[in-house]
Structure formats: C-alpha cells, structure tokens
Design a protein around this ligand. Structure first.
Ligand SMILES: NC(=O)c1ccc[n+]([C@@H]2O[C@H](COP(=O)([O-])OP(=O)(O)OC[C@H]3O[C@@H](n4cnc5c(N)ncnc54)[C@H](O)[C@@H]3O)[C@@H](O)[C@H]2O)c1
Ligand SMILES: [Zn+2]
Length: 252
C-alpha cells in the first residue's frame, strides 16, 4: 500500500516544542471565500491595484468601499471549515507553545475558536479612520457620504485592513517574526507566499531550524524549502495531520 503524504511525515516530540502556523486565503476557500490568485480569484474580475491601495481609495472611495461591502457580505455568510477547527484543536494541545499567524482578514479563525490569532492584515469588519486610527462600529458611520467621515476628527474612514504599499502593525510583525524564529515546526497553509513580509516567515522559521510543512494544492515559491508538502486542501489535510501530531504529543 502506498503511504499517504501525511503518513510519510516524520516528526518527533522535540519537533512539537513550539509550533507556528501561517495561513492565507486558501484555508478559507472551502468556506466559500474566494482567494485572490485562485481560478475563482476575486482579482480576475477586479484589478487589485485598482482597489486595495490608499491611492485607489482616495481616487474613488465609493468603488473601493463597494468592493469591501461585497466581500464583507460574502464573508458574513461564511462558516469556518474543518481546517480552521483543526487549528483550534492544535492550540488546545500546545497552549502557549502555539502561535497562529494569518494573512486573512475574514475573522474565521476567531469564529472557529482560535483565541489569539495574529491578524497581520487586519480585519475586514473594522471601520478605521485614516487620520486618527480610531475604530468605529457600522452604526457610528454615515456610509451615504463617500468617503464616510470620522466622527472624531472628520478624517476619511476606511476598511481596517492593510493595503498594498502600507506597513503592517510593527507589534504584530515583530511578534510574528519572533514566534516563527523560535518555532521547531512551522506550517504554511493555503498561502501563495508572494505577499511580503508574511511570505518571509517560512524562511525565518527555516533559519531558526524549524521543520516546515506546506499544505497547498499547488506549489509555491517556498515549496522547495519545505521538509514536507501536502498537495491537498487544508480542510482535507489538517484534521488527519493534527491527529498525527496528537499521537506523537501523547507519547511524550
Ligand atoms: N479570506 C480572506 O481573508 C482573504 C481572501 C482573499 C484574499 N485575502 C488577502 O489576500 C492576500 C494574498 O495572500 P494569500 O497568500 O493569503 O492568498 P492568495 O490568494 O495569494 O493564495 C491562496 C493560496 O491558497 C491555495 N489554496 C487554494 N485553495 C486551497 C485550499 N482549499 N486549501 C489550501 N490551499 C488552497 C492556492 O493554491 C494559493 O496558493 C492576503 O493579504 C490576504 O489578506 C484574504
Ligand atoms: Zn479620525
């Protein structure tokens, strides 16, 4: 009998000392949220540079807000899938030795029960003032005005996500770098690893001597550096992988 990709993964209890996980849009694909670069990618219909930049927002705030309303609506109807839930199980097992870093803005990790994901690119449901950085709930904002204006300082209100050309929150980024460097095992899941700086996290983990497992139906720029690749969807691959980790953990 042929061994599955998961059967072939060889881990010891020492590899499980500290686990960092990076997720991208692929983990939410099976929840019905399109990825940006997949076949159904949102960006086949809309060019990202027309929408996900500060320049686009100032040029045409209505177009950008409409796109975000469309995405919010899709995400609001979505439920976490077996991949998100498997990572909740992994956190319960590892506790403080577990770090979840996500590029997703959909909040599905929290919804599944992950306690403290590092949301590198923010959250799509946040309304943030571009000037004073205050956050507001939907009912505090008058969306009939475009751009909507901040109730505190009259600055333009925008989605609370990180756009192309913008810096990530330095505290989040430092935390993600440190946890990736400390990791003994690093899982890269459903990310094309082309958007930096998130895409450099597997490399940082590698230099820190972590084993790398990639879960992605397609190959990516980091595939060659991975110790193991699982060419399957995350909802299929994660539950058995986490059970395998549990069996190694239990023996320790
Ligand atoms: N759900 C979301 O929050 C969401 C959705 C679209 C884009 N984004 C944003 O897109 C940016 C792009 O980076 P990215 O790497 O996250 O996404 P990406 O769209 O660049 O890549 C998605 C990756 O997921 C893989 N994939 C597709 N289906 C999969 C599945 N079922 N299981 C596992 N892998 C699967 C694809 O092969 C691809 O490599 C990020 O900044 C992120 O904020 C977020
Ligand atoms: Zn303001």
């Amino acid at each position: 009998m042929e061994l599955s990709e998961i059967d072939q993964i060889n881990l010891s209890a020492a590899d499980l000392k500290s686990i960092a996980v990076l997720t991208g849009a692929g983990i939410s694909a099976e929840s019905g949220i399109p990825t940006f670069r997949g076949k159904e990618g949102l960006w086949k219909q809309f060019r990202p540079e027309e929408l996900a930049t500060p320049q686009a927002f100032f040029h045409d705030p209505k177009l950008v807000w409409d796109w975000y309303f469309y995405r919010r609506n899709l995400i609001a109807q979505a439920e976490p899938n077996a991949g998100h839930f498997a990572l909740v199980e992994l956190e319960k097992m590892l506790r403080e030795s577990f770090t979840l870093i996500t590029q997703n803005v959909d909040g599905l990790h929290r919804q599944a029960g992950s306690s403290n994901p590092i949301e590198l690119h923010g959250n799509i449901f946040v309304n943030r003032c571009h000037e004073c950085a205050s956050h507001f709930s939907d009912d505090e904002i008058d969306f009939s005005e475009m751009p909507p204006l901040c109730p505190a300082c009259r600055g333009p209100v925008r989605p609370g996500v990180v756009w192309f050309g913008e810096n990530l929150n330095p505290i989040h980024l430092e935390d993600a770098f440190a946890k990736s460097h400390q990791a003994t095992l690093f899982l890269s899941i459903g990310t094309s690893t082309v958007v930096h700086p998130a895409a450099s996290l597997p490399e940082i983990a590698r230099r820190g001597d972590a084993k790398i497992i990639e879960i992605n139906p397609d190959s990516t720029p980091i595939s060659h550096a991975a110790d193991y690749t699982i060419r399957d969807s995350s909802a299929n691959a994660l539950p058995p992988l986490i059970e395998k980790i549990r069996s190694i953990f239990a023996v320790d």
